[in-house]
Design a protein around this ligand. Structure first.
Ligand code: ADP
Ligand code: MG
Length: 337
């Protein structure tokens, strides 16, 4: 029983820095979070906030000039920071699989869908008979809602629509029954209706398989209906963490609030979309103190001094903003929702 409560993934103090000619880019800086078995975690932030680098760091896919440091990356009881590249390769694709934004680059245009699905199955279960493999491929395609699965196995990637290709990618990602799926902007290239279908499908399938999911996106609307918990990243750091209700409905960080205001509200006529003023600072020239301070309308002189500690707002809700600590509601940006 106790064993079941162990988190599947536990990351402590992860920093991934790129040492460049111009200086050091702290793409990920002191990030800690954990993920429970069967949990769906959303990682949200504007482009360049370190979401992808975080996931590449977990699965050991950061190359030179990148340097990954972490006190701990525990996955399923194993410390990934101590594994050899060979052992990491076994974990990737089997225990952890990834889904990327562009399904065309994840599929090989020269091979049929069936061949590519079969390859994953072969990689992880060499004992499986040819017939059993074929049956499993058909089953997988059916599972992700590809019509005429038997026939479609013989088709090539370019013969599928964008949405259908992303379904195939999901089938490949789930083929080996991974414990963890990391989906990096999996629906960004798709139109809104298809996006919603694919997200619903992914959620349903990981729930059925009992897998955990990390869903990375720059779009707060994407996570709100799909995930259990959210972490918000800005310039390589986590600025807020909590449940969907806490982060979406009661955001405590001005950045989260800003992200939320920039989501177009359906059914509500808006003269103009709110957006967060200012730009993400250059990663070579990060401000001292709170990294969001230069763009923050609640900023006070103390915000420029030191990076705010992670404050516990209770119930698993954390925020790195000194103004969110105050009891006075009016000084708590975002508490007016
Ligand atoms: P996100 O996925 O949130 O859009 P990324 O994780 O891709 O952002 O990138 C975070 C930061 O790290 C960015 O400033 C990006 O330019 C930098 N970065 C990512 N990969 C590399 C690399 N291979 N070399 C140098 N800088 C990189
Ligand atoms: Mg990215």
């Amino acid at each position: 029983m106790n064993e079941m409560r162990e988190p599947l993934l536990q990351i402590e103090n992860l920093s991934t820095h790129f040492h460049m000619f111009k200086g050091t880019v702290k793409a990920v800086d002191g990030v800690s979070f954990s993920l429970n078995q069967g949990e769906i975690l959303g990682v949200v932030g504007e482009s360049g906030s370190g979401k992808s680098v975080t996931s590449f760091s977990i699965i050991g896919l950061v190359d030179e000039p990148g340097e990954v440091k972490a006190d701990k990356i525990i996955f399923d009881g194993k410390d990934l920071t101590a594994l050899s590249e060979q052992d990491m390769m076994k974990i990737r694709g089997k225990d952890i699989s990834m889904i990327f934004q562009d399904p065309m680059t994840s599929l090989n245009p020269l091979y049929t869908i069936g061949k590519q699905l079969e390859e994953v199955l072969l990689l992880h279960d060499k004992q499986m008979s040819k017939e059993a493999r074929h049956a499993r491929c058909v089953e997988l395609l059916k599972m992700v809602g590809v019509p005429n699965a038997e026939e479609r196995l013989k088709a090539y990637p370019h013969q599928f629509s964008g949405g259908m290709r992303q379904r195939v990618i999901i089938a490949i990602a789930l083929a080996a029954n991974p414990k963890l799926v990391i989906a990096d902007e999996p629906t960004t290239a798709l139109d809104v209706t298809i996006q919603a279908q694919i997200l619903r499908l992914m959620k349903q399938l990981v729930r059925e398989q009992g897998s955990s999911l990390i869903l990375i996106t720059h779009d707060l609307a994407v996570v709100s209906e799909t995930v259990d918990r959210i972490i918000v990243m800005y310039c390589g750091k986590i600025v807020e963490e909590g449940t969907v209700d806490q982060v979406i409905h009661h955001p405590a960080h001005p950045y989260t609030k800003g992200l939320q205001d920039s989501v177009p509200k359906l059914r509500v006529q808006q003269a103009r979309l709110d957006y967060i003023p200012g730009m993400v600072p250059s990663m070579f020239d990060l401000p001292s103190g709170c990294l969001f301070a230069p763009r923050c309308k609640y900023c006070t002189p103390e915000c420029h001094r030191t990076f705010p500690e992670k404050h516990d707002l209770g119930g698993g809700h954390y925020v790195a903003c000194i103004h969110a600590l105050r009891d006075d509601e009016s000084s708590m940006p975002g508490r007016d929702a």
